[in-house]
Design a protein around this ligand. Structure first.
Ligand code: GDP
Length: 423
């Protein structure tokens, strides 16, 4: 998917910056211009890219860097800038919690809206199936046309999820009200309503959708968006948000050629978070969306957020045995699938072995923690361009830094305070 290319070009730009002999305003500007170009190519809205640039320039104060961090090497300055970019991208994708979070065992009505072809009907089933596997009691209501009626009915039957729809009835408001009423009586805790879709953003569709929403009073409206629609995403999402109270977004077709930047635009237009992404048309090709691991992978910073180091340790060993070096490397900080030089498998293998050795020296607590900030800073600084000596010096510097820590800081798994104070 094109997002991976975006990640590749951003991490490539950051790597180039780490080769600079000095980081000044020009070097940062050049780097930010490159990153902005990559974001625009991935269909991120111009205004968002521009805001991100100005925010980062404001955060990275060169006087401060020179005065307070003059002992830091170039690599650490790049890390500082990378962290600023990471935070800005996370901010763009994280407008806060959805307007409502359903609770197992308590009835919630969730209304799905989106254009025809966006993947709305597929997503309704995937959302229902995801919750059913976690012990919820979901139900599906279809107020859409004959085509969607058949499709949703088939999907529901396959997944053994109760379904309500009437293709002889043409009033969507009536069907929605009947369906919701029936499943409330049956004590379903997640009543999912698939609304009508249209090819275009027609006024009639929005009016009908508004009426269905008024009649049903859903607890949450989810806007479903095709991840490959590009720059059109902002206007489309905004049009839906103006008609109904969109509280969350699901982006579909992230397995295909989706540029993904549309997801950022939808978040900006609806001020609602992406909660899931669709990665295929099958029932289980549906993933919870987490901002930090997503951006982390995007920047080639590795997959540290989702896994504990022990998971990675086991995966490294498995994949090493299977010889899938490319897979392992894209999970490591500082690497991306695109930045991987072909024909360097031996070097790559040596690098992985180094990671495994590093992990061998970890405590059980470190291996099982999902909060790896402390560990990231101390142990995972090995970048493709680092020289061994620099890395060693860096590790020594971190050890010195840790020597000055209080017991509370050393024992805490939340390293926020420490990060802010010391990095
Ligand atoms: P709706 O008109 O918005 O209800 O869209 P559908 O659910 O009918 O989906 C439109 C087409 O996209 C169908 O052919 C689906 O199988 C396909 N589709 C939906 N979600 C995904 C996805 O995440 N990945 C891929 N590759 N195809 C998808």
């Amino acid at each position: 998917m094109v997002l991976a290319q975006l990640g590749g070009s951003i991490s490539h730009t950051l790597q180039q910056m780490s080769n600079a002999t000095i980081i000044d305003e020009k070097v940062l500007s050049d780097c930010l211009n490159e990153i902005s170009r990559a974001l625009l190519q991935a269909d991120v809205q111009y205004k968002m890219v521009h805001d991100m640039q100005s925010n980062i320039k404001r955060i990275v104060n060169f006087d401060d860097l020179a005065a307070g961090h003059n002992k830091l090497g170039i690599i650490q300055q790049v890390d500082f800038i990378q962290q600023a970019i990471f935070n800005e991208l996370c901010k763009m994708l994280d407008p806060g919690k959805p307007s409502f979070t359903p609770k197992k065992g308590k009835t919630s009505v969730i209304m799905f809206v989106g254009l025809q072809g966006s993947g709305k009907t597929t997503t309704c089933t995937q959302y229902a199936y995801y919750h059913q596997r976690k012990g919820w009691k979901p139900a599906l209501v279809c107020v859409d046309t004959f085509r969607a009626f058949c499709q949703l009915n088939q999907n529901a039957t396959k997944a053994k999820i109760p379904f309500y729809g009437r293709y002889t009835e043409s009033d969507p408001v009536k069907i929605a009200a009947e369906g919701v009423e029936r499943f409330k009586k049956e004590n379903c805790d997640l009543i999912i309503v698939d609304t009508c879709g249209r090819h275009k953003q027609e006024a009639a569709l929005f009016e009908e959708m508004r009426q269905v929403s008024e009649a049903m009073k859903p607890d949450l409206v989810i806007f479903v968006m095709d991840g490959s629609i590009g720059q059109a995403a902002f206007d489309q999402a905004q049009a839906f948000k103006q008609s109904v109270a969109v509280g969350a977004v699901i982006v579909t077709k992230m397995d295909g050629h989706a540029k993904g930047g549309g997801a950022l635009s939808a978040v900006a237009a609806t001020k609602s978070p992406v909660i899931f992404i669709g990665t295929g048309e099958h029932m289980d090709e549906f993933e919870v969306f987490d901002v930090k691991p997503f951006v982390s992978r995007l920047l080639g910073m590795g997959d540290w957020f989702g896994f504990t180091p022990r998971h990675m340790y086991e995966q490294f060993q498995n994949i090493l045995e299977m010889g899938r070096i490319d897979q392992v490397l894209s999970m490591l900080p500082g690497f991306s699938a695109e930045s991987m030089p072909k024909g360097h498998e031996k070097e790559s293998q040596a690098k992985i072995k180094r990671y495994i050795t590093m992990m061998d020296s970890m405590t059980d607590a470190e291996l099982d923690s999902t909060s790896t900030k402390l560990m990231n800073e101390a142990r995972t600084e090995l970048r493709p361009n680092d020289h061994e000596k620099e890395s060693q010096a860096k590790i020594k510097r971190y050890i010195t830094m840790m020597d000055s820590m209080t017991d509370a800081e050393l024992d805490s798994t939340s390293t926020k305070l420490m990060n802010e104070a010391r990095i």
